[in-house]
Each structure stands twice: as structure tokens, then as C-alpha cells.
Design a protein around this ligand. Structure first.
Ligand SMILES: *Cc1c(COP(=O)(O)O)cnc(C)c1O
Length: 394
């Protein structure tokens, strides 16, 4: 910020102003992009005493500091620090490795992002960390799953394919009573719409690749920490040498400035199309917690103030080749993983391939949609073409 505001400011104003130090950038609005490794000290005495605001590229530059400061400001008072990581998955694995070690046990939601599960089942397992998956609807009932060595609970709400909402405040209360930390993958709502750290989460993760970047052109992740967890997080990231390239940090900070307007539009258009799907005869169920018909709606309404453009549908039983005909017919929806960019996407998925604690039975083939920034009327026309192709093939 160029001047310190004299009255408290709201999140949208913070997004525009946070992490800006115009003194540092010689008056220019945006911070310089420092491509940097070595920093020179004026004297031998300064070198030995590490007497410099910065020490080394990996340890922080004006570019990384601006992004960290902005992300921390957006998380609010409960955030004691932020770590920047080279991808969302690196943010997840770093947050976990910062808090667990050999002989520990962790609880992970069965609705977790699949690569998180793979990490728990392979690398954490090899390190001697045991994972128990739990039903995302468990709430305070999670108490029964704790062992004396349970160190952390990993939550994610809603699940990024199946969209179950979790009672994170109830889970956090139990976890803290048992001396465990709570992690969450907050990519769907972002701190704008789910104040994870205020709800009892200790380490809140975002795949910045998605909405923070917003343009499908960077890989980036971040972890925001409570006062209790910040030292473990920062020490881990520093010790392992993880850092983000300066151009991706610059793009993340640029994306952050418009996060609120983009997410609002993604959420509104997504909800409009989700409601349209609800009326379609081909659709069995729409999985979107902001719909009144969704089993997670009550919790979502209590804890969230918005969302994004990502949701799933279950079709009425139909031949898989008809599902592919639907997807292949679409002109405006790309077929592709990831989400959070300006463009609309669709994928076919099946949670039954990997779930272990719960049975996944949606009743028909499932598709996940990311609603981009296009005009929703054009997207609906495209989906109508898709349904015509589905009918012709089925
Ligand atoms: C994409 C995604 C990630 C991983 O982010 P990358 O930047 O692709 O590594 C983590 N969590 C969720 C929910 C995601 O959708």
C-alpha cells in the first residue's frame, strides 16, 4: 500500500493493495521481478554477520516478499506466515512433511485430491507414517479414529470431484483437543470464501495454479499457517530448498489482484449452469454445495461465503460411448484437467477407482465441469449440442 489506510479495509480492497511497497519499487505500482541467486555484501563484517535485508535468492527477494505479504494479508489476522511452493501438490506434500515423521499416524478425508492420496500411500508410507482415510461427512465423530500417535488431520471441502462439504470447525475442535494439527486444501473456495484459519485450520493450502494464477499459465502453490504451525512450515520449506521462480511469482501476484472479480463471475456462471443441469432430463444429480438440493448445502451456507466455477454432475445411466459423444461434441468446453483458468473445461471421472473409506455410488456416469468466464448463454447452447449428441449415440 502506498499509504496506510486510516480505517479497516475490506477483502477486495486488500486484494488490490496488499504486499505493495512503492518505496521498494521506486514508485511503480508493481514490485520488480528479481531474477536472483547471489547477493553481495558491502564488507567482510557484513557477510559474517549476515547483515543485509536479504541473504540469498532462495531465501527471499522483494518479489517473493511482496507475494507472501499479499497472501498473508488476505488470510487475515489468524495467519502468522505463508510459504510459497512450486505447485499445489508441492504445497500439500510440504505442509504434511512439515508436521509428520516416522511412527506418526494421520487422518485424511476419503474425498481428498487424488495425488494427495498417492503421496500418503507411497512416500509417507515408506517413511513410516500411517494413513487412515475417513468419511468426509464424519464431523465430530472423527474422535473415534484418533490414535495416541495421530499428528494431523487432512481435510478438503468440498472434495474437488465429489463435492462433499466437511464440518471443519467440528473436526478442528476434536483434533486440537487431541493435540493434532488440522490441514486443509482450500483451493475451491480460497480464503476469500472460506476463512480456513479462522475456522480452526493450522495449515491452509491453495493450488495457486488454479484461481490465483487464473490464466492456465503457471504452476504455483502456497501454504498459510497459524501461529502454532508457522515455524514448522517455514523451517521445512527453508531446509528442503523449495522455492518458486520469479516470473511465476510475478504472475501469481498479478492474478491475485483480480481474484475476487474473476471468482465471483466463475461462481455466478457456475451456479447458473448447475441450476440449468438440475432441470435437464438426462441429469440424475448435480454436485454443487451452493445448490439447496445438495447434501452439503447447510454446512456450506454456515461456513462459506461463496465458491468457484467447479462442480460435477451424475448422468442417468447411459452407455459410456454416449458420454464420450457428449464430451466430444462440445465446442467451448475443453477436455482437460486442472481448473481456475478463464476457460471452461470438462472431464469424465470415477471416484470408485480409489475410494477406500466410503462407497462411491453416484447412480450413473459422472462429469466434472469448470465454468470459465465465457457468456453462460453460449456455454448452455454448447451443452445443448452435447446432449443432442448424447441422445443420438445412446
Ligand atoms: C490441482 C489441485 C491441486 C494441485 O495443484 P497443482 O498446482 O496442479 O500441483 C491440489 N488440490 C486440488 C484440490 C487441486 O484441484
Amino acid at each position: 500500500m502506498s499509504k496506510k489506510p486510516s480505517t479497516p479495509i475490506k477483502p477486495d480492497t486488500l486484494l488490490v493493495n496488499a504486499g505493495r511497497d512503492t518505496k521498494m519499487s521506486h514508485g511503480f505500482i508493481n514490485p520488480p521481478v528479481y531474477h536472483a541467486s547471489t547477493l553481495l555484501y558491502p564488507t567482510a563484517e557484513d557477510q559474517v554477520a549476515h547483515r543485509s535485508r536479504y541473504q540469498y535468492g532462495r531465501r527471499g527477494t522483494p518479489t517473493s516478499e511482496a507475494l507472501e505479504d499479499a497472501l498473508q494479508a488476505i488470510e487475515g489476522e489468524s495467519c502468522a506466515g505463508v510459504a510459497l511452493l512450486p505447485s499445489g501438490l508441492a504445497a500439500i506434500t510440504s505442509a504434511l512433511l512439515a508436521v509428520v515423521g516416522a511412527g506418526d499416524h494421520i487422518l485424511v478425508t476419503d474425498s481428498v485430491y487424488r495425488p494427495t492420496r498417492t503421496f500418503c500411500d507411497t512416500i509417507l508410507k515408506r517413511m513410516g507414517v500411517e494413513t487412515t482415510y475417513y468419511d468426509p461427512s464424519i464431523g465430530a465423530g472423527i474422535a473415534a479414529l484418533f490414535k495416541p500417535n495421530t499428528k494431523a488431520v487432512f481435510t478438503e471441502a468440498p472434495g474437488s470431484q465429489s463435492f462433499e462439504v466437511q464440518d471443519i470447525p467440528a473436526i478442528a475442535k476434536v483434533a486440537h483437543e487431541k493435540g493434532a494439527l488440522v490441514l486443509t486444501d482450500n483451493t475451491w473456495a480460497s480464503p476469500l470464501y472460506f476463512r480456513a484459519l479462522d475456522k480452526g485450520v493450522d495449515l491452509s493450502i491453495q493450488a495457486g495454479t488454479k484461481y490465483i494464477g487464473g490464466h492456465s499459465d503457471i504452476m504455483f502453490g502456497c501454504v498459510s499457517a497459524s501461529a502454532k504451525a508457522v515455524k514448522q512450515l517455514k523451517d521445512y520449506v527453508y531446509t528442503t530448498g523449495l522455492c518458486v521462480g520469479p516470473d511465476d511469482m510475478f504472475l501469481a501476484l498479478r492474478g491475485l489482484r483480480t481474484l475476487s472479480v474473476r471468482m465471483k463471475r466463475h461462481f455466478e456462471s457456475g451456479l447458473e449452469i448447475a441450476r440449468w443441469f438440475e432441470q435437464r432430463p438426462e441429469v440424475l444429480r448435480v454436485m454443487h454445495p451452493a445448490l439447496a438440493s445438495d447434501p452439503g448445502h447447510v454446512l456450506w451456507k454456515r461456513d462459506f461465503t461463496g465458491g468457484c466455477g467447479l462442480f460435477s454432475i451424475a448422468l442417468k445411466p447411459v452407455d459410456q460411448k454416449a458420454v464420450y459423444a457428449f464430451m466430444n461434441e462440445l465446442q467451448l468446453f475443453g477436455i482437460g484437467y486442472s481448473w481456475g483458468g478463464f476457460e471452461s473445461l470438462v472431464i469424465s471421472f470415477d471416484c470408485d477407482e480409489y475410494r477406500t473409506a466410503t462407497k462411491w455410488s453416484p447412480g450413473g456416469p459422472t462429469l466434472r465441469f469448470h465454468i470459465g468466464l465465457e457468456d453462460p448463454a453460449d456455454l448452455i447452447a454448447d451443452l445443448e449440442r452435447g446432449f443432442a449428441a448424447l441422445k443420438a449415440a445412446g
